[in-house]
Design a protein around this ligand. Structure first.
Ligand code: NAD
Length: 310
């Protein structure tokens, strides 16, 4: 199996490392910066004898490298700086994504696409518009990351093994995301039984601000270790046909009462991509938060379309 990663910056290169070192697939790295992808691919290749995998990792600027890809991950684009929202990246990243998917439409038309660049739900929409692939073959990675942040903070609170915590975050990838404490468990126990509701509110808020907290530490960019872990989980689910259940930003057509918008909901990921969209019975409050979040995404899409007309 072959995965192409466009953008060999912090997120892209870390994705390449995780995917090759976990023996998930061969990797082609593409970046506009001359020599960056080729250099990082070579560096990763040289680590292989020590790390113990036999994956082929190549890199360059040319989109022919993407030919024959089963999965394409797009991480190219500007990251946030302190004080910026993800939506502030819209004009720059919208243009970058349009240019990249126009190239990929020629060289990797059969691939399954995973978008990463922010604002996530809107770059996924833009890529879908250009690629015109069925909705099963294009999704955004955000819920996998937001959920893992929620899980990590719950594990810190309980002082328990992070792997024992399960939790889910729905909605758009931004301040309006919708963590669902009602569905979170630790060792099979409902966390609503283990953590007070006031403390849970604080954990939910820290999850919402999880990316911003890291940007404020790093100052020059955003998170990449956990985002790359989220991408590797999704890629693994697809190339190994694992039927994993996790949230992803997908095009809704009536599910959850939403239509024509990409937003994070639980899905089943396997060899065909998004094999199922799972519709949960949400409470009135949860559903209304999901609709507010989707409305925010929709307004950002309209802003993008207005920019194109201007
Ligand atoms: P980075 O600056 O380290 O890397 C971005 C790379 O994109 C650079 O190497 C740059 O040369 C490349 N690039 C720019 N324009 C390009 C083009 N036209 N063609 C090919 N490559 C191009 O940034 P990063 O930290 O890796 O973040 C990348 C993106 O991912 C950002 O938009 C960031 O906000 C987003 N992100 C999303 C999530 C998520 O949960 N969805 C998480 C983390 C980061």
């Amino acid at each position: 199996m072959k995965v192409t990663i466009v953008g060999a910056g912090n997120v892209g290169a870390t994705c390449a490392q995780r995917i090759a070192e976990a023996d998930i697939a061969d990797v082609a790295l593409i970046d506009i910066a001359e020599g960056l992808a080729a250099g990082k691919a070579l560096d990763l290749t040289q680590a292989a004898p020590l790390v113990g995998h036999s994956r082929r990792i190549v890199g360059g600027e040319d989109y022919t490298l993407a030919e024959g890809s089963d999965v394409v991950v797009i991480t190219a684009g500007l990251p946030r700086k302190p004080g910026m929202t993800r939506d502030d990246l819209l004009a720059a990243n919208g243009k970058i994504i349009t240019q990249i998917v126009t190239e990929l439409k020629q060289t990797a038309p059969e691939a399954i696409y995973i978008m990463v660049a922010n604002p996530l739900d809107v770059t996924t929409y833009i890529a879908h518009q250009v690629l015109g692939v069925p909705r099963e073959r294009i999704m955004g990675m955000a819920g996998a990351l937001d959920s893992v942040r929620f899980r990590a903070f719950i594990a810190l609170e309980l002082g328990c093994a992070p792997a024992d915590v399960q939790a889910m975050v729905l909605g758009g990838h931004g301040d309006s995301m919708v963590p669902l404490p009602r569905y979170a468990t630790a060792g099979g126990m409902a966390i609503t039984e283990l953590i007070s509701s006031s403390r849970l509110d604080e954990i939910v808020e820290r999850t919402r601000q999880g990316g911003t907290e890291i940007v404020s530490h790093l100052k020059t960019g955003g998170a990449f270790y956990a985002p790359a872990a989220g991408v590797a989980q999704m890629v693994g689910a697809i190339v190994r046909d694992e039927k994993r259940l996790m949230p992803a930003s997908v095009l809704l057509r009536g599910e959850y009462g939403l239509d024509g918008v990409f937003v994070g909901v639980p899905v089943k990921l396997g060899a065909s991509g998004v094999e199922e969209i799972i519709e949960l019975e949400l409470t009135e409050e949860e559903l209304s938060a999901l609709h507010d979040s989707a409305e925010h995404v929709r307004r950002t899409v309209i802003r993008w379309e207005e920019m194109q007309e201007a």
